[in-house]
Design a protein around this ligand. Structure first.
Ligand code: UGA
Length: 432
């Protein structure tokens, strides 16, 4: 099948590469000429494990192409729209890039082609496309096929999704998508067929539910700290109930990234727009927005509420491990709060160099050891696996005072105590 992706961002690029791996002929189009230049020379503009190998193989087989113009659209059986839908100032989703893409492709797209919206868009968007362009004059089928890829494990998620959501009122679109995902049909991956609006809402509801689980467990951690209980054991204890499930019950400094914060704001806006309550969603938004300040207060208490001139080695800048993405990263928020209290931050992250532009008043150092030298405390802000296997004997000697504040609960408290550290984590009342 001939497939074109409009938007070679995270979703478009991963999906395009992986669909070419399924055997389809894919062209990824982006208006960012520099990005297309990189892709044409085989360089991935994002950090995503294993994607480079799939891209190299598909390109070598002649099944994957990149372009900054729309010439290939006329040959496409299916055009996926995978452009960004950032937040407007009022929290609503800005779908202007989706509208622009539809306007651009509509005059060129072939009769009987299928347009699939992969971007996260407010429920009802697909149904409105007809009013943006007169689709009736051209036989074009519309579908919604939201994406559930997680940054850092997007390749695995694409190959083994929990489910595929196909929303359409057009039989031809349903058949086209079934054929695109045939490799997953044979693997018995569940397909949910529905209308476009329900498909669009499934995406928001999924992200909102996961965000709610995280906000809930973080709130439970606050209670654990007050009543001298242990959040890690609490997570295990409730997560083993299959009705609750153990996923997304890891405590931390709050959820971040380019999706959860934006999507729950859009859902809250949608509810308001339709004059219905979003009490849970709104509580999740404020609970998460308060989280970095809660973390700052925790750090500040350890230093008798005086952070002036204190030096912190902050390990991790990305919003989670396995990615170089710092968008809405709690680590960045906490660093900004620390420097606003006149603390000095020396940071290290194994993948983030982009954050250099975001944080001009801190040092970003090439190694953990450099960051730790003469620091008053080490803070774990992102759950990179390599941080759990650091040589803490060396770090003990580098730090000015042997204090570790683990905002992700990834380190071994007993071992660190034996090594002489004062170890503070989340959801425990006391230091070790
Ligand atoms: C999320 C969803 O998980 C994907 O299914 C979805 O496709 C994507 O958004 C999207 O809408 O495009 P992603 O933003 O890559 O994926 O990251 P997650 O792994 O979901 O983590 C989000 C945030 O929650 C991170 O800051 C992470 O550290 C935090 N988190 C996650 C926790 O604090 N605790 C947990 O137990 C899990």
């Amino acid at each position: 099948m001939n497939i074109t992706f409009i938007g070679a961002g995270y979703v478009g690029l991963v999906s395009g590469v992986m669909m070419s791996h399924f055997g389809h002929n894919v062209t990824c189009i982006d208006t960012d000429i520099a990005k297309i230049g990189l892709l044409k020379s085989g360089i991935l503009p994002i950090y995503e494990p294993d994607l480079d190998q799939y891209m190299a193989t598909a390109t070598a087989r002649g099944r994957l192409h990149f372009a900054s113009d729309y010439a290939s659209i006329q040959f496409a059986d299916v055009v996926f729209i995978a452009v960004g839908t950032p937040s407007n100032n009022d929290g609503s989703a800005d779908i202007s890039a989706v509208k622009a893409a539809i306007h651009d492709i509509y005059p060129i797209i072939a009769q009987d082609a299928v347009i699939v919206i992969k971007s996260t868009v407010p429920p009802g968007t697909c149904r409105n496309i007809n009013s943006w362009v007169s689709l009736q004059e051209k036989r074009v089928a519309i579908a919604s096929n939201p994406e559930f890829l997680r940054e850092g494990c997007a390749v695995i998620d694409f190959l083994k999704p929990n489910r595929l959501i196909i929303g359409t009122e057009h039989e031809s679109a349903r058949l086209a998508l079934q054929s695109i995902y045939q490799s997953l049909v044979v693997k018995d991956i569940p397909f949910v067929y529905t209308d476009t609006t329900t498909a669009e809402l499934i995406k928001y509801a999924s992200n909102a539910f996961l965000a709610t689980k995280i906000a809930f467990i973080n709130e439970m951690a606050n209670i654990c700290e007050k009543v001298d209980a242990s959040i890690n054991q609490l997570s295990a204890g409730i997560g083993l109930d299959y009705r609750i499930g153990s996923a997304f019950l890891k405590v931390g400094p709050g959820f971040g990234g380019s999706c959860f914060p934006k999507d729950i704001l859009a859902l809250s806006y949608l509810a308001k727009e339709h004059n219905t309550d979003a009490l849970i969603i709104n509580s999740v938004i404020s609970a998460n927005q308060n989280r970095p300040t809660h973390m700052l207060n925790k750090i500040s208490t350890i230093f008798n509420n005086d952070l002036t001139g204190k030096v912190f080695a902050v390990l991790g800048l990305a919003f989670k491990d396995g990615t170089d993405d710092t968008r809405c990263s709690p680590a960045i928020e906490i660093i900004k709060l620390l420097t606003s209290c006149d603390a000095i931050v020396k940071a290290y992250d194994p993948a983030c160099s982009r954050s250099r532009n975001l944080l001009t008043d801190i040092q970003i150092l090439p190694t953990v050891e450099d960051a730790c030298t003469d620091a008053n405390a080490l803070i774990i802000a992102t759950e990179w696996q390599e941080f759990s296997s650091l040589n803490f004997d060396i770090i003990f000697n580098l730090l000015k005072s042997p204090i570790i504040i683990d905002l992700r609960n990834i380190l071994d408290a007993d071992k660190l105590k034996q090594q002489g550290f004062s170890y503070y984590s989340i959801g425990r009342s006391h230091a070790y």
